[in-house]
Design a protein around this ligand. Structure first.
Ligand code: WQD
Length: 339
């Protein structure tokens, strides 16, 4: 029998790609989302790709009543929690928003799961929980020291999950720490559709390439890296969600708490990404060098070996594919999803 997987934030960037892969893998996803940073049109696109229109329940993970109704009405086998806020800058100006959505929301969700005896949980964490340890290759033992409220909110939930598992070892929990997710489904029907001016590099580059913005600001070219610009471990969103499928498989073996980084193990500089994107799109990406952005580290990437050992997973898609798929989505949807 197909397992029902509750996907909170399932109409968002990563959540929508997860829903597609879940359907393709024989699961039945149930989306719970309040559309705070997404549009209902995503559902049409998921249906176009998979031939299945996933069930959507509109709601907020901070609303215990809404969640209880959902769990009462649907038998749930596992929960993947993508619902949350994710902009570092905004987390500094509005910390309560971040602690409310991310921390409070996740605690409410866990409480309802416990009430309905659903104890399989996959959590979207982030490399931002590491801060700057003084070296560039992070593994899961790298000390946790978040340097912004977004990272702090992820760390706080991780702590909640560790304490929960210690007290109640019948839970099966996967904490997945993402590096820099980019790219889109190969159909170009779903992808990242940021609100307003993108904070992150890849959506900014693709909006410049499509003519929506005049040029890219490169935040610093005096870092101690190969070309002076910041280096990151970009990971294709399809690889990322496939990592979650492996995590679900591992969790089904029994109670455990696993914590794994999801990245490629490689790194790409800002200038390298611009070049790769120009090649994939055939478009020029004009840029200007600007001062460094506060809080940025020069370079970091993951050591991907634990993901391979614990999940049997490695990222397969390279930077060219990440750029090609981003461009396919952006060029087919220059204004993002329709309203
Ligand atoms: C990448 C590189 C910038 C924009 C953040 C979060 C992380 C995750 C991903 C999660 C850096 C440079 C960027 C621009 C630029 N978010 N840059 N011009 O900062 O590594 O990670 O996003 O949910 O948790 O911390 O990603 O894409 O913002 O930056 O030169 O307009 O591109 O300085 O070197 P970052 P990013």
């Amino acid at each position: 029998m197909s397992q029902n997987i509750l996907v909170t934030g399932g109409t968002g960037y990563i959540g929508s790609h997860m829903v597609v892969r879940l359907i393709e893998s024989g699961y039945t996803p149930i989306i719970f989302d309040n559309f705070s940073n997404s549009k209902p049109a995503v559902l049409d696109r998921i249906e176009q790709i998979t031939g299945v229109r996933p069930l959507l329940v509109k709601g907020d993970i901070r609303n215990e009543q809404e969640l209880e109704n959902l769990f009462r009405n649907h038998q749930i086998d596992a929960v993947i929690n993508f619902a949350g806020k994710k902009a570092v800058g905004e987390s500094e100006t509005d910390p309560l928003l971040y602690f409310s959505y991310n921390v409070e929301g996740t605690i409410v969700l866990l409480r309802v799961m416990k009430k309905f005896n659903v104890k399989k949980f996959v959590f979207s964490s982030s490399a931002t929980v590491y801060g700057d340890p003084g070296y560039d290759e992070f593994n899961e033992e790298t000390p946790l020291a978040p340097i912004n409220n977004y990272g702090l909110s992820k760390w706080m939930i991780e702590e909640v999950l560790r304490k929960l598992y210690k007290a109640e070892p019948d839970w099966s929990i996967a904490i997945l720490r993402y590096f820099n997710p980019v790219g889109a489904h190969e159909s170009g029907l779903i992808g990242e559709d940021p609100n307003g001016i993108p904070n992150n590099l890849m959506p900014f580059i693709s909006q410049v390439a499509v003519g929506k913005r005049a040029h890219l600001n490169v935040f610093g070219n005096d870092y101690p890296t190969r070309d002076g610009t910041g280096c990151r471990d970009y990971i294709h969103v399809m690889d990322l969600v496939e990592g979650h499928l492996n995590a679900l498989d591992v969790l089904s073996k029994g109670p455990q708490l696993l914590t794994v980084n999801l990245g490629t193990g490689g790194s790409t500089s800002v200038l390298e990404l611009i070049k790769a994107f120009e090649k994939a799109s055939g478009k020029k990406v004009p840029y200007q060098i600007c001062p460094r952005r506060a809080g940025d580290k020069a370079a970091y990437w993951t050591n991907p070996s634990l993901a391979k050992t614990l999940l049997g997973w490695t990222a397969k898609r390279d930077i060219e594919t990440m750029c090609k798929d981003t461009w396919n989505w952006q060029s087919k949807n220059p204004q993002g999803y329709p309203d």
